[in-house]
Design a protein around this ligand. Structure first.
Ligand code: IMP
Length: 193
């Protein structure tokens, strides 16, 4: 069964990661050129939910929205939902400077994923925990990938292929939870394209 969905994002990295995973479920993902509404909230799931509802009111076609944050233990969970702003203003160098001499390098990525259609919005969540590297490594991925080492690995996300990152990542987990649910939904509706 093949079906098509929109993703509201301007981030080519997110799009590629999501396309690869959803293709395994027969879901074709298309980028939609509308602006993602970014509300201020402590919870990435809530941010994704509001953005999906807003995008659906304009697009009127089934879509997903992903909102992701990096929660650093030694920074009491900061930057979390402010990860985009933090990366723009402080950058990876600034993050590593803040972490200089800090023994607790634990951090988690958290993705809130929201799906919207005429029936409303449904949300999913995915987490990946690990550590903040001492220095940036690797050139794949995007955002914080060069400084994040997932649990059980020695390489950063930026040193992995997109397939490897997808297997371990917050986004991968949220997308697979969504895809399992969505496949069941389509089956119960007798399949739609
Ligand atoms: P947003 O979900 O687009 O708001 O992302 C927040 C910030 O986290 C942006 O600066 C992204 O580049 C970064 N980010 C989102 N997902 C990932 C990821 O999978 N790896 C590394 N950085 C990410």
């Amino acid at each position: 069964m093949e079906t098509e969905l929109y993703i509201v994002t301007g981030n080519a990295g997110k799009l590629r990661e999501a396309q690869l995973i959803l293709a395994e479920y027969g879901i074709r993902l298309r980028q939609v050129p509308i602006e993602k509404l970014e509300v201020q909230d402590d919870d990435v799931v809530r941010i994704a939910e509001v953005a999906a509802r807003d995008a659906y009111s304009r697009l009127r076609a089934p879509l997903i929205v992903d909102d992701t944050g990096l929660y650093v233990e030694a920074l009491n969970g900061f930057p979390g939902p402010y990860s985009s702003y933090f990366l723009e203003r402080v950058g990876l160098k600034g993050l590593l400077k803040l972490m200089e001499g800090v023994a607790n390098r634990g951090a988690c990525f958290r993705t809130g994923l929201a799906y919207a259609d005429e029936g409303g919005v449904r949300t999913f969540v995915g987490e990946a925990c690990g550590t903040i590297a001492e220095a940036p490594r690797g050139s794949n991925g995007f955002g914080y990938d060069p400084v994040f080492i997932p649990e059980g690995e020695t390489r950063t996300f930026a040193e992995m292929s997109v397939e490897e990152k997808d297997r371990l990542s917050h986004r991968g987990r949220a997308l697979r939870a969504f895809a399992e649910w969505y496949s069941q939904l389509l089956l119960s509706q007798g399949g739609k394209t």
